[in-house]
Ligand binder design. Structure first.
Ligand SMILES: [Zn+2]
Length: 607
């Protein structure tokens, strides 16, 4: 029975259902077995049970306790969570079947377990403990396992989803959990004749289920740039590479997100995905947080009040990249944690730059990874930010060159060009009459390659300034463009990439505006929520709470975050994109992939 029905059903009806449920579910065999031991008075049958028996001497007490339950079930249902309600109801069903239907206690419990939670003996045992606590002390003991169930919530109801999405569309850019809660309680539920209300916390959960996440007010609507042609072009490349890596990676699936290792050929090494990101936690974080569909990460403005920046690596295998205490003891030369904190801003620790990240990767992340996963190849994934794409100082980079020799431009490394791999220095020789040992500049380099012609400008209108046009087919509009498209310049890797590859690992960059593909974003979200709930947002409080928040998030949760990103990749790979992708992602929540037929159905239904 869906929980929505529980809420609207009077206690008297529940009682009669409890009675009928009894004979339906229990097999004949069990019935016979119990009759053997039963047959007599209730009090005797209760004594025959061996563990955690309830004292059955006080018939009056039972009657009172059953009455009290009835009242709770009838009157307090709005105040209880669905799970709480089911706990009370299971005890009620047990007592009714035991006391009023003369069932043996054990059997009454298993009836309650099956009927209320659709669970077996382990859960039944738990219900008996609750009932014991209830009869003896008038309270339900809290600690109990085995009876958890995936409770259906109103938000799983199609109408609630539809109406909510409509409301969200109408109020784009203004949605907060508070506002949404008012809508649900005052409008939606009364429209649907549901006599219940939700808390702000529930409103938060529901908004998330609807695909919204808290964002800064400024930007961040999903579709800004998300579907730009150059972004999509790169996304295709990214998805293909990830698909290849995935074959070599352990995957995490099922209710407990258990690890399943890949089947590899002898010469293949397992690949382990290591995602990275930086995140700012602010003191005085009292800005109203607007909820919007997942998309561009909230604007990260540096120096906005005091803040802590965290630069972190997350793995599905172990969570945060760090050594266990045993590993740390065995390898005292390796740092234990890859995680870095930094307090940016003047007079603090300075800014987090490409150099810092490089150091973190080289001296912390890679050595730690190699202890945690010896013999495996790390696939490091980074945001596609200019910071991360930073080149070494001597890298081939058309962007930093001048047209003419000398002046302020980098001294770049030697290179080769053309079919014969002709060697070329980017610097004039020492005996050059005018520019000894100085950078040549784009013009001279292009002349030597036979690519220069008169009238060529350094930059053209289409490449620079306000009316910049992105067009991959434009290849010879200006000198800088020609230079940048030379194979050796195109092949130039960032320093980060070079460092990682030289260590024998791999590196990939996420497509721009696609933070849903980096599961660390969800980890930040959870950490920020924890921080909001536990921090007074003083500077001291923040410094204490942020590390706590980062440790609070469980490995299973992290694996679920990752599964969501894998699912998005699967959906995009199958050509579903935009709002439909968000919808499809929600529809197939507990899986890593969305099967083709399900996806086709979703597409059909939403045409
Ligand atoms: Zn141009």
């Amino acid at each position: 029975m869906p929980i929505t029905e529980y809420y609207t059903k009077p206690a008297s009806q529940i009682e009669s259902e409890a009675a009928t449920g009894a004979s339906n579910d229990i097999s004949e065999l069990e019935e016979v077995e119990s009759v053997d031991t039963l047959e007599s008075e209730e009090s005797e049958s209760a004594q025959e049970e061996q563990e955690d028996e309830m004292d059955d001497n006080d018939g009056d007490n039972f009657a009172k306790k059953i009455e009290a339950l009835k009242v709770i079930l009838k009157q307090n249902k709005k105040k209880m969570s669905a799970y709480e309600y089911l706990r009370y109801r299971s005890v009620y069903v047990l007592l009714i079947n035991w006391k009023k239907r003369n069932m043996i206690c054990k059997k009454a419990a298993s009836v309650a377990a099956r009927e209320v939670f659709n669970k077996g003996p382990y859960c039944a045992k738990g219900i008996r403990k609750w009932a014991k606590g209830w009869v003896e002390n008038g309270v339900l003991p809290v600690s109990m396992q085995g009876c958890h169930q995936k409770t259906k919530s109103f938000i799983d109801d199609e109408d609630v989803i539809e109406e909510s999405l409509e409301f969200i569309r109408k109020n784009e850019g203004k949605i907060t959990p508070k506002l949404y809660r008012i809508f649900v309680n005052n409008t939606l539920f009364s429209q649907m004749r549901i006599t219940a209300s939700i808390s702000e916390k529930t409103a938060r959960v529901w908004l998330k289920k609807l695909g919204l996440v808290p964002q800064s007010r400024k930007k961040g609507i999903y579709f800004d740039g998300h579907e730009r042609s150059d972004v999509l072009e790169y996304r295709t490349i990214f998805l293909k590479k990830m698909e290849e890596f995935e074959q070599l990676m352990p995957i995490f699936e099922g209710d407990n997100m258990d690890q399943k290792d890949p089947v590899l050929f002898e010469e293949q090494k397992p690949h382990i995905f290591v995602t990275h990101d930086e995140c700012l936690f602010y003191a005085n974080d009292d800005r109203p947080i607007i909820w919007a569909p997942l998309g561009e990460p909230p604007l990260r403005k540096k120096g906005q009040g005091k803040s802590i920046m965290v630069s972190e690596f997350l793995l599905e295998t172990i969570g945060c990249l760090r050594l266990t205490d045993e590993q740390a003891q065995a390898h005292p030369e390796i740092p234990q944690e890859a995680q870095k904190f930094l307090r940016p801003g003047k007079n603090e620790e300075g800014w987090w730059t490409a150099k810092h990240l490089l150091e973190q990767v080289k001296d912390f992340a890679i050595p730690i990874f190699e202890i945690v996963h010896p013999n495996a190849i790390a696939v490091f994934a980074f945001d596609n930010s200019t910071n991360h794409g930073a080149m070494a100082d001597n890298a081939l980079c058309a962007q930093h060159m001048n047209l003419n020799p000398g002046g302020r431009q980098p001294v770049m490394k030697d290179t080769v060009f053309g079919p014969e791999n002709t060697l070329q220095s980017m610097v004039f020789p020492l005996n050059h009459p005018k520019y000894p040992n100085q950078p040549k500049g784009i013009k001279q380099v292009l002349i030597e390659r036979g690519l220069w012609y008169d009238g060529l400008h350094l930059d053209c209108q289409l490449c620079k300034g306000k009316n910049k046009v992105i067009d991959p087919t434009r290849i010879d509009c200006c000198a800088r463009k020609i230079m940048s498209l030379q194979p050796d310049f195109l092949a130039q890797k960032s320093e980060l990439e070079t460092t990682i590859e030289e260590a024998g690992h791999k590196c990939i960059f996420y497509p721009k505006f696609h933070c849903e593909l980096n599961f660390i974003e969800m980890y930040w979200g959870a950490a920020k929520r924890y921080t909001r709930e536990h921090c007074d947002y003083t500077w001291n409080g923040l410094q204490k709470t942020v590390p706590e928040a980062l440790n609070f998030i469980s490995l299973v949760e992290i694996r679920r975050f990752a599964r969501k990103s894998w699912r998005y990749m699967d959906i995009y790979r199958k050509g579903v994109t935009g709002k439909l992708a968000i919808f499809a992602e929600k529809k197939y929540k507990s899986h890593r992939r969305v099967p083709d037929d399900v996806l086709n159905q979703i597409i059909l239904e939403n045409k």
